[in-house]
Ligand binder design. Structure first.
Ligand code: ASP
Length: 280
C-alpha cells in the first residue's frame, strides 16, 4: 500500500515560510489520514477521500480557498481515474460546489463521464450536492488587489496503490487565478490526471504546458511500455523543458516506485510508503 499527494506549487516569489510550513504540516496530516484509510479501502475510494480533505483545507487551491477567475467567480475542475477499469471521470469549471472530486466520483458510473459548467452543476444538484460558496476572505482580497496569478500556483492531487495492487489518481484545482472565464485547466484531462494498471500520475503547474506535454498520459504510457516510473518521468520532463514547461507530478507504479518530479523545485508533496515523508 502506497500513497503520494501534492498541494501544488509553493509560491516561487513568496518568502512566506509560515505558509510553506503550514502547507507541509497539512500535507503530513492528510497523507497520514489517507494512508490509514487505504488500509480498509480501495485505491479509488482513497484518492477521493484524500483529495476531498485537501479540497476542504483552504491553504490549497482546490475546493474551499480556490483561486478566483477574472470575472470574480470561482470555477472548479477535478478528475478521477480508476487504474483497474481505466475509466476517467471529471468536472470542468463547475460553480458553487464544495467537493468537485466527489462529483467526479459520482460520474464514474455513467456513460457520460466528463461534464462542464452549468451541466456539471445541474448534475451535482440532482445528485445531492448542495450550494456552497468556496470563496474565502483571503482569496477575495487577493482578487481585489489583482495579484498576479503566478504568485499563487496550486492544485491538489493524490495517487494510491491499494493492497490488491490497484492504482487510482485524483486531481482537483481552482485553476491559475485571474484567468479568462471558463478557461479549461489540465486537471480534468488525461494530461493532468491518468492511471492504468501500471502507473498513476497527478500533475500540477501551468495547465497549458501540461496539456502540450500530454504529461500524465505520456508518463503512464511509458511505464506501461517498460520504463521505470523515474525514467518515464525524467524523460517526459526533459521533453517539457524543450517548451519551457512549468509542471510537477506525483506518481506510483505497480512495481512499487513512488516518485515525484518537478520542473521548478517548489512543489509541496508528501508520501506514505513505509514511512511518512513531507517535502517541498
Ligand atoms: N494546473 C492548474 C491549472 O493550470 C494549476 C496548478 O496546478 O497550479 O489550472
Amino acid at each position: 500500500m502506497k500513497l503520494i499527494i501534492h498541494g501544488g506549487f509553493f509560491s516561487e516569489s513568496s518568502t512566506n515560510q509560515e505558509t510553506k510550513k503550514a502547507k507541509q504540516d497539512a500535507l503530513a496530516s492528510i497523507v497520514t489520514l489517507g494512508h490509514e484509510y487505504l488500509k480498509t479501502h480501495t485505491a479509488l475510494e482513497t484518492v477521493v477521500y484524500t483529495v476531498a480533505l485537501l479540497e476542504d483545507n483552504e491553504l490549497f487551491n482546490a475546493g474551499i480557498g480556490s483561486q478566483i477567475q477574472s470575472d470574480g467567480k470561482v470555477r472548479l475542475s477535478a478528475a478521477l481515474m480508476d487504474g483497474k477499469t481505466e475509466k476517467f471521470s471529471g468536472v470542468i469549471n463547475v460553480e458553487d460546489v464544495k467537493n468537485p472530486i466527489q462529483i467526479a466520483e459520482n460520474l464514474l458510473t455513467y456513460d457520460d463521464r466528463v461534464l462542464s459548467g452549468d451541466g456539471a452543476q445541474r448534475f451535482a444538484r440532482t445528485n445531492g450536492f448542495e450550494y456552497f460558496n468556496p470563496i474565502t476572505p483571503q482569496r477575495q482580497s487577493e482578487y481585489e488587489a489583482k495579484l498576479n496569478q503566478k504568485n499563487n500556483k496550486g492544485t491538489v492531487g493524490c495517487v494510491a496503490l491499494d493492497a490488491d495492487g490497484n492504482l487510482a489518481a485524483a486531481t482537483s484545482t481552482g485553476g491559475k487565478g485571474f484567468e479568462i472565464p471558463c478557461r479549461v485547466s489540465d486537471s480534468a484531462t488525461v494530461a493532468g490526471n491518468y492511471a492504468n494498471q501500471y502507473a498513476g500520475i497527478s500533475c500540477t503547474g501551468v495547465g497549458e504546458d501540461i496539456v502540450s506535454g500530454a504529461l500524465a498520459a505520456k508518463i503512464v504510457t511509458r511505464v506501461t511500455d517498460g520504463f521505470s516510473l523515474k525514467e518515464a518521468s525524467d524523460k517526459s520532463f526533459a521533453e517539457l523543458k524543450a517548451i519551457d514547461g512549468f509542471a510537477g507530478v506525483v506518481g506510483i507504479s505497480t512495481a512499487g516506485e513512488v516518485y515525484h518530479c518537478d520542473s521548478h523545485p517548489y512543489m509541496v508533496w508528501a508520501s506514505f510508503d513505509v514511512n511518512l515523508q513531507v517535502f517541498s
